[in-house]
Design a protein around this ligand. Structure first.
Ligand code: AMP
Length: 286
């Protein structure tokens, strides 16, 4: 396995692979790799001849006062995980390599979906996400790119960007959320939680599962599901509800009914970290 730092080295490698007829899988991450990242890497490993994992804590997607400085970083551990998973290249660039001073990079417009839910809580976040992902796609060249459903709004926007720019040659592959045994979605931020916070962090999954159960047993009113989720998170002492919503999968707008494929999404602030999660809602039985 190689550890590369420059855009030029990465592009030289992926071009050589493609010229030799190899298919390339790309797994973009911000490091502090956990079982969720590993599942993306394994899927990429299974579906491609060559696999690149990128590790880059993107400054553009953090707002002022957010946790960029506290964001967990451990490059040596990340490299070891990638080595064990049979990754071909880890690309861990410096900020100036991704954003060369004086160069204006495309900043794709997330549109209205970019300023609701995560975008409302974190102004500018999705412009930052799409800018870095576009840059990664540009540098990597034609490939399959693996993203987690854990970040459903991000996945929606990245998919839409890739579809709008077929010239990028990117096929986006969505991967299911990996959870701890008690249901908490794995996240690099989980390691910031104290014991009591960690215990109470299951409220996101509990809220989502309750909504799922209601939908399965025939509830079609998104307002009822939202109320159920808000109550569960609201009853958790260390959690402060940011939002609970049901969105239409095809638009990521608030659903008016859950007859079309829909997803329940939640965000909550704990003292040490802000957590998000989501579950796709089952079609009502009968
Ligand atoms: P991050 O390092 O948090 O930017 O995440 C990198 C990629 O891993 C994103 O596509 C995430 O959606 C995905 N990811 C993060 N956590 C999980 C998880 N628990 N299960 C599946 N994918 C995940």
């Amino acid at each position: 396995m190689e550890l590369l730092r420059t855009t030029r080295d990465l592009r030289t490698r992926t071009d050589a692979w493609r010229d030799a007829g190899a298919g390339v899988g790309l797994v973009p991450t911000m490091g502090a790799l956990h079982g969720g990242h590993r599942s993306l890497i394994r899927r990429a490993r299974a579906e491609n001849d060559r696999v690149v994992v990128t590790v880059f804590v993107n400054p553009l997607q953090f707002g002022p006062g957010e946790d960029r400085d506290r964001y967990p970083r451990d490059e040596a551990a990340d490299v070891a995980v990638c080595e064990r998973e049979g990754v071909d290249v880890v690309w861990a660039p410096a900020v100036e390599e991704v954003y060369p001073p004086g160069v204006e990079l495309p900043a794709p417009d997330p549109g209205p979906v970019g300023s609701v839910f995560e975008g409302e809580a974190r102004p500018g976040h999705f412009v930052g996400v799409l800018t870095v992902v576009h840059r990664l796609f540009d540098v990597s060249g034609r490939c399959r790119a693996y993203f987690g459903e854990k970040d459903a709004q991000q996945l929606f926007l990245v998919r839409r960007m890739a579809a709008a720019e077929p010239g990028l040659g990117i096929q986006v592959v969505a991967c299911p959320t990996v959870r701890d045994p008690d249901g908490l979605a794995l996240s690099s931020r989980n390691r910031l939680l104290g014991d009591e916070e960690r215990a109470q962090a299951t409220c996101l999954f509990l809220a989502l599962t309750e909504a799922t159960e209601r939908a399965r047993s025939g509830e079609r009113d998104p307002g009822v599901l939202v109320a159920v989720m808000a109550r569960e998170i609201g009853a958790t002492p260390l959690a402060r509800l940011d939002y609970a919503a049901v969105v239409d999968e095809s638009t990521f707008e608030r659903a008016v009914t859950i007859d079309a494929p829909s997803r329940a999404i939640v965000a909550a602030r704990f003292p040490a970290a802000r957590l998000i999660d989501n579950l796709s809602l089952p079609a009502p039985a009968g």
